[in-house]
Write a protein that binds this ligand. Structure first.
Ligand SMILES: Cc1cc2nc3c(=O)[nH]c(=O)nc-3n(C[C@H](O)[C@H](O)[C@H](O)COP(=O)(O)OP(=O)(O)OC[C@H]3O[C@@H](n4cnc5c(N)ncnc54)[C@H](O)[C@@H]3O)c2cc1C
Length: 670
């Protein structure tokens, strides 16, 4: 049985909690390297640390075999600049991202990624992932390299994005992690970082967690810890259990990894950056509607009368043929591709698209709704690689979309595939199913990441960050593998000479008391859902698109009061609810860090989508800098950094010198 309704129908009552509950029982586990979060980044961190001979523990709140955003698959792998067919060098790609973001991205992390992404993918292949057209299904296709049998996406000229058969990528890397003997602790919600002497800002010596099935407490003692817990997509969402998993988000994206670092005294950067939450559950199921963005790149859009929507290149110049949608026109250097963790593109790196003024053209009557994609207008190779290879392997598409549509009789050789009928502005972004315009504007997403150095070490000794959302400058799927792999390697290198980790018993005891407070109280308070809703409401109202000192200070006061009143009274009636409530506590910490950073930036910024009504001047030169926030003795403190802090002393002035000095043994050890 899978839903409560079936139990009620059969038994007339809810089932018993199916696991033995042991609140308060302490389990102590020691290792060289602890990895918190078992998404693709975490699993790769665990693998590379184990490959280096370290004793590794991985703790994940889900089950690491399928957990995280990449658990359901992947169809395209970005940034493989060193693959044998690539015409883009790592530094060119890095500069493309940095310049497009006007410097607001950790370009050192991008340089690491683009140097190692291909090796990282090849390792997956050696463990059993299909990354080449071994059955020659696409022989002769424009996007295939006949020698290597690699298939490329988006930019067929420059060949740095690789199409992969990634539906099983998570089990493949999970099995390798198991083979290497990593101690995998599933269903553990991390709750805090442990620091030497229990002091904020001191070396990190492990973490605590609670099992969300048994309720048991875990003390992880480790010489080094890698945080790879993903983002905080839940922060602004009132009813995330409906709007998160049905979209590109995840219930576990609760910012816990950031929050435990904030409390431990680590520096976080760009916490003030937010943006519209386009990939939320206010749109449509991922990839479920006709569109020509992302995986559907290149698909011809037609209107209700069969009239085709024209395309333009990155500069907005018309392009005529299907081939040109995947090629670079005059002035275009290469197409970076979307979904790489940056939010702005200079035209020379922007990808080709349907016309930008499609909303206006629909308004004028030039195109009649509804729109469709007409895959029959593509060559057979293009049609089959899109509806087949890509939709059959992308995350959350293999069963819900590909299988369901096929069983319902959808035939791409003859059928049109309808696009959603939306408010006209929404047609400006060709990824129609994400439908950002359907999301109310005060529901945002964002927050930054750990400030990391060339070792992907955070500002705290013993603490490393290695995923798309936790390391400043990360990106999407391949980037998360690559940063996780690098962070695990550097953590393992550190433990070779690091002193033993000593856990402070007082810190452990006080965390144990905090964790269990909600299961011991009477049920007079509220549950995690109401708590989550209250936090989201405060964030939407007081740290939404427009803010000033008064709203931010009010927001801080309200979050503080929520912690002291509602959270202090809230109850959890089983270990699962306990985990969700502890996540809410982290959401408050995350929100506070965001508000402190927003208070510290006293200017507005277009690239950061940051709007201070009391500081309306937009991007004044003196504010062209990065802000970091951290806690010192329990108080928030902020400091300014140059945007390219990673090329300033104590680091060398070039990407190459730093990378060579820090990378260690980067080659695959398969
Ligand atoms: C449907 C879909 C399709 C996508 N397609 C592509 C694509 O084709 N190409 C591409 O480049 N990118 C794609 N992405 C994005 C890509 O999958 C993600 O960027 C990537 O998987 C992020 O991996 P991660 O390990 O950094 O973080 P996550 O996947 O967010 O993993 C975080 C992990 O931390 C765990 N965790 C969270 N909190 C705790 C806690 N308190 N204690 C312990 N563990 C915790 C979670 O259970 C999870 O396992 C897609 C995403 C989705 C959702």
């Amino acid at each position: 049985m899978s839903i409560w309704h079936e139990y009620i129908q059969r038994d007339g009552t809810l089932p018993e909690w199916p696991y033995q509950v042991n609140y308060g029982k302490v389990n102590e586990i020691a290792s060289d390297v602890l990895v918190i979060g078992g998404g693709v980044a975490g699993v790769r961190a665990a693998i590379s640390a184990a490959q280096m001979g370290a004793k590794v523990v991985l703790a994940d709140v889900g089950h690491a075999k399928r957990s995280g955003s990449g658990g359901a698959g992947v169809d395209h792998w970005h940034g493989a600049c060193t693959n044998p067919c690539s015409k883009v060098a790592p530094e060119e790609y890095t500069r493309g991202c940095y310049d497009s973001m006007q410097g607001y991205t950790g370009a050192h992390v991008r340089y690491i990624i683009t140097n190692e992404s291909w090796d990282t993918l090849v390792e997956c292949e050696q463990w059993g992932l299909q990354i080449r057209d071994v059955r020659d299904e696409f022989k002769g296709a424009e996007f295939r390299d006949e020698e290597t049998k690699l298939l490329f996406a988006y930019d067929y000229d420059n060949r740095h994005i690789i199409r992969v058969w990634g539906w099983n990528i998570k089990p493949v890397i999970y099995n390798e992690m198991k083979r290497l003997g990593v101690n995998i602790q599933n269903r553990i919600c991390a709750t805090s970082l442990l620091t030497e002497g229990g002091k904020q800002g001191a070396r990190v010596v492990g973490a605590t967690g609670v099992n969300t099935r048994t309720g048991e407490f875990y003390v992880f003692k480790a010489k080094a810890t890698v945080v790879t817990t993903g983002g905080a997509g839940r922060l602004f969402q009132c009813i995330p259990e409906l709007t998160a998993p049905s979209s590109m988000s995840d219930m576990t994206s609760a910012g816990v990894g950031h929050a435990i670092g904030w409390k431990a005294g680590a520096e976080l950067v760009l916490m003030e950056k937010t943006g519209p939450i386009s990939l939320s559950g206010f749109g449509y199921a991922p990839y479920s509607m006709g569109n020509s963005g992302n995986t559907y790149h290149g698909a011809p859009i037609v209107d209700a009368n069969g009239k085709e929507v024209p395309w333009v290149d990155g500069f907005g110049q018309p392009i005529q043929t299907q081939h040109e949608r995947f090629a670079c026109g005059p002035g275009q250097k290469f197409q970076l591709g979307i979904g790489i963790g940056i939010s702005a593109y200079l035209p020379q790196y922007r990808q080709n698209n349907p016309v930008f003024d499609l909303p206006e053209r629909i308004r004028r009557g030039e195109f009649v709704l509804p729109l469709y994609i007409d895959l029959t207008r593509m060559s057979e190779h293009e049609r089959r690689v899109l509806w087949g290879m890509m939709i059959g392997n992308e995350g959350k598409t293999r069963i819900p979309i590909y299988d369901t549509f096929n069983k319902a009789g959808f035939d791409p050789d003859q059928d049109l595939f309808q696009a959603p009928v939306m408010t006209l502005e929404a047609y400006a972004n060709s990824c129609f199913w994400s439908a950002g315009m359907n999301t109310p504007p005060h529901i945002r997403t964002g927050g930054g990441s750990y400030m990391v150095d060339w070792d992907l070490r955070t500002s705290l000794e013993g603490l490393y960050a290695g995923s798309g959302s936790t390391a400043y400058g990360g990106g999407c799927h391949g980037e998360s593998h690559s940063t996780g792999r690098y962070a695990g390697r550097k953590a393992a290198e550190y433990v070779r000479t690091a002193p033993d980790a000593a856990v402070d018993p007082h810190q452990v005891e006080s965390e144990r008391a905090r964790v269990y407070a909600s299961v011991r109280r009477n049920r007079e308070g509220i549950g995690w859902k109401e708590m989550n809703m209250a936090i989201a409401r405060v964030m939407q109202d007081y740290c939404g698109k427009y803010k000033n000192e008064l709203t931010l200070k009010s927001g801080l006061r309200l979050l503080g009061e929520l912690r002291k009143t509602e959270l202090a009274e809230a109850f959890a009636s089983n270990p699962h609810e306990l985990g969700r409530l502890l996540e809410c506590s982290s959401l408050i910490d995350f929100g506070e860090a965001m508000m402190h950073a927003s208070l510290a930036r006293k200017a507005s910024s277009v690239i950061l989508d940051f709007h201070r009504l009391d500081y309306p001047e937009v991007d004044p030169p003196e504010w062209n800098r990065l802000l970091s926030v951290r806690q010192v003795d329990g108080e928030a403190s902020a400091r300014e950094l140059p945007l390219d802090y990673f090329l300033k002393p104590p680091f060398a002035p070039t990407y190459e010198e730093n990378y060579k000095a820090h990378r260690g043994n980067s080659r695959s050890r398969v």
